[in-house]
Design a protein around this ligand. Structure first.
Ligand code: GLP
Length: 245
């Protein structure tokens, strides 16, 4: 695992958007694992600009998203399908048939199995983008005494529900369950890029970059075992955790 410290969050997003642009240019039919949450939004904005400027062509790219809430349809403005369409897919030249976000409605077990088959289809993702939860969760693999390798249904922790309540009208509207890629699915990606910013992420990032401990209580720490994982943090966050490059 490698840590990159940038001068600002905007610079972090530019660095990561640049990595994705370069990968797509090198391998036009690549497979990207994509993430939701507030953190990647400026990365997607930059990719839209690059696509409009003719710097990158998404016409042959396939994508699979990390996760989706259980119980809300893809048309709901807080579903991750809606997020991906409005923050990225609707604005770039990707074929939406080549984009996959797990279904949040119907038979959740079957939806998780379908996500697992999409993770495997065509081989491992060339790049998996990740944010991180305040408790160190990645995708929706929650801090717990155990982790699950494959796609599954996860019960969200109080910490995650509280953090994600800002996107909903009221906390009670936040779904309590989600379908998520498992830890093995994420670790199988050829390259994993985790982006974090903001002081709420200090405890999680401290556990990730400041020691060699791997713990299920901070799922992100599994990335320490990935030989091609990159953590991109800005100076403000690096200083707050005491990380020196
Ligand atoms: C959700 C998502 C994660 C994301 C996390 C942090 O729980 N399932 O993939 O990393 O939120 O989001 P944010 O970037 O908004 O802090």
């Amino acid at each position: 695992m490698k840590v990159i410290v940038t001068g600002s969050y905007d610079e972090s997003c530019a660095v990561v958007a640049g990595m994705i642009r370069d990968l797509v240019n090198e391998k036009p039919a690549c497979k990207l694992g994509l993430a939701t949450g507030g953190t990647p939004v400026p990365i997607y904005k930059k990719l839209i600009e690059m696509n409009k400027a003719g710097e990158v062509d998404f016409s042959q790219v396939h994508t699979v998203n990390l996760d989706e809430y259980c119980g809300i349809p893809g048309t709901h403005d807080q579903s991750y399908r809606y997020f991906m369409d409005t923050n990225l897919f609707n604005h770039i030249n990707i074929d939406k048939a080549n984009t996959y976000v797990a279904k949040g409605m119907g038979d959740f077990e079957a939806n998780a199995a379908e996500l697992e088959s999409k993770v495997r289809e065509g081989g491992a993702a060339d790049l998996q983008l990740l944010g991180i939860g305040n408790n160190g969760h990645i995708a929706f693999n929650e801090a717990s005494d155990h982790l699950i390798s494959v796609a599954h249904i996860e019960t969200l922790t109080e910490s995650t529900i509280n953090a994600n309540a800002r996107f909903f009208e009221k906390k009670e509207d936040v779904p309590t369950k989600a379908i998520t890629m498992g830890m093995g699915d994420i670790m199988a990606a050829k390259c994993v890029v985790l982006v974090a910013t903001g002081l709420a992420k200090v405890p999680a990032i401290k556990g990730l970059v400041m020691d060699d401990v791997i713990t299920t209580q901070n799922p992100s720490t599994m990335l320490k075992m990935h030989e091609n994982a990159v953590v991109v943090i800005d100076k403000e966050l690096a200083d707050a955790v005491g990380y020196k490059a």
